[in-house]
Write a protein that binds this ligand. Structure first.
Ligand code: ADP
Ligand code: MG
Ligand code: ZN
Length: 477
């Protein structure tokens, strides 16, 4: 196992969130009543003619720019022919030899280590319908609402080297799609899906091993499990003197294993040919360039800026930029007061995330908006209130639209810097916590933090932590 490395390439499908479908004016919306978002075009009635939705091309090019791809200025579409009940036309309009974007590169990080994956191509195509297997219904039903929903397929080069890395990369692609606003990326609605290609080879080898492709992967963590299973399967074949045969396998996430779908001999011949119902389109360079301007600052750029300008750790910068709404919230905070950027990051990743996680909500739903949060942080920064008082104020602010300072005054939370009062508290705490005092004298310096905490508690969060710290250190000498 040690002497082998895993090689992974991904084919990622993302549904685009355009208003209408790719070749007709049917609405592109999920969860509608079965077979009610269809027309002769998307259900492939004879004689119906497709008309390409320009937004789809625009969105694909936006993704191309965001992943550093080159853009083909000639737009060509091809027919991929196959028979399956979810595809009434018996062909999918896709792209074959001229994908709209090609030769790109995506930067991301695994455990803070920078990694790069090359993008082979990004193409536009139409989705197929959905087969429904309903309990109590003997036959398979088909819902054609998804026919003609626009997709981009992102194909990577085989540049990934572990299941963990593949998982992280998929998250990165999702984040980019969210940032550029072209897909809802709802896993549970199937709006982002992927096939994984896995091979193994001796470490240091330059040639690729024979790959197997796995389908029916519904979640990113499922992709990670499928890769681990497949790599182990291939290694055990090799260790037993066997050879890997190229095949397509079906992943079963509940069972945690894959099974053979078809071998290479059974590989389908899609008889690709130029789609005669859609003319070749020459894209204007100016339009392609203009789309570039719609690409916002991307996660990797944000991470670099946060680390450089605000001294955030890479981990914190990554955790903020990973979620688009959270990054916008943080950016708004830093525009109000960039000197408190690090404090804002700590609050966002700490108390605020905890609050949102408990309610399974996004930061958009957080009742305290950046301007009020920053007013609160400024009170801490000016030492008008302590950090622990600020926590209390924030919890009140969730239900009370009053100004933070008004809440502080009303609740009597102004920081207490009265030395005499604080000294009394310090002395009480030292008496009650004699064990901790002993520990401190034995050299356990971190006990000091505990004692400060006890004093803060005694002062009902109002004590000045710096003053308490100084008084404690003096007493303990
Ligand atoms: P196909 O059209 O048959 O699916 P592609 O050339 O488009 O073949 O490759 C599909 C995917 O398989 C790509 O993501 C590519 O990176 C990946 N891939 C190709 N060869 C290997 C290999 N030996 N090991 C792992 N992945 C591979
Ligand atoms: Mg493929
Ligand atoms: Zn239609």
């Amino acid at each position: 196992m040690k002497d082998y490395e895993i090689v992974i390439g991904l084919e990622i499908h993302a549904e685009l969130n355009t208003k209408t479908k790719i070749f007709c004016s049917c609405r592109n919306s999920f969860g509608e009543k079965e077979n009610e978002q269809c027309c002769p075009v998307c259900t492939g009635m004879p004689g119906a003619l497709p008309v390409l939705n320009q937004k789809v091309v625009e969105y694909a090019i936006r993704m191309g720019h965001a992943t550093n791809c080159k853009i083909n200025s000639l737009l060509k579409q091809d027919r991929k022919n196959y028979c399956y009940p979810d595809l009434p036309k018996a062909y999918q309009i896709s792209q074959y030899d001229l994908p709209v974007c090609y030769d790109g590169e995506v930067e991301f990080a695994v455990n803070g280590e920078p990694r790069k994956v090359r993008i082979n191509r990004i193409q536009i195509e139409e989705d197929a319908g959905k087969l429904l297997h309903q309990e109590g219904v003997a036959n398979t039903l088909v819902d054609l609402n998804r026919c003609g929903v626009p997709l981009i397929e992102i194909v990577t080069e085989p540049d990934l080297r572990s299941s963990r890395e593949a998982h992280e990369f998929l998250e990165t692609i999702r984040t980019i799609l969210m940032y550029i606003g072209i897909s809802d990326c709802k896993m549970q609605e199937g709006s982002i899906r992927c096939d994984v290609n896995v091979s193994v080879r001796p470490k240091g080898s330059e040639v690729l091993g024979t790959r197997c492709e796995m389908k029916n992967i519904n979640t990113f963590s499922g992709a990670q499990r499928a890769i681990d299973f497949e790599a182990a399967r291939q290694l055990s074949i090799l260790e037993n003197g066997g050879v890997i045969v190229q095949e397509t396998r079906r992943w079963d996430d509940d069972a945690g294993r894959s099974s053979l779908l078809r071998s290479k001999e059974d590989a389908q011949d899609y008889r690709f040919f130029y789609e005669p119902d859609i003319p070749l389109v020459a894209l204007e360079e100016a339009w392609i360039d203009q789309i570039k301007a719609d690409v916002p600052e991307l996660p990797q750029e944000k991470i670099k800026r946060y680390v450089r300008d605000f001294c955030l750790s890479k981990t914190d910068a990554g955790n903020i930029s990973r979620n688009y709404e959270r990054a916008l919230f943080f950016d708004a905070c830093t525009l109000i007061d960039d000197k408190l950027a690090k404090n804002a990051a700590n609050w966002i990743l700490g108390d605020i995330s905890k609050y949102l996680n408990e309610r399974n909500e996004e930061i958009d739903a957080f009742p305290v908006r950046p301007s009020r949060l920053m007013s609160l942080l400024q009170l801490v920064n000016k030492e008008i209130i302590s950090g622990s008082a600020a926590k209390k104020v924030l919890s009140i602010m969730l239900e009370d639209a009053a100004d933070p300072m008004a809440i502080v005054e009303r609740e009597g939370l102004l920081q207490n810097s009265n030395e005499e009062e604080m000294l009394r508290i310090v002395e009480d705490v030292l008496v009650v916590n004699s064990r901790a005092v002993e520990d401190y004298k034995q050299g356990r310096a971190n006990v000091l933090g505990f004692l400060v905490g006890q004093c803060m508690k005694q002062s009902k969060g109002k004590g000045d932590p710096k003053l308490i710290n100084r008084l404690l250190t003096e007493r303990l000498k």
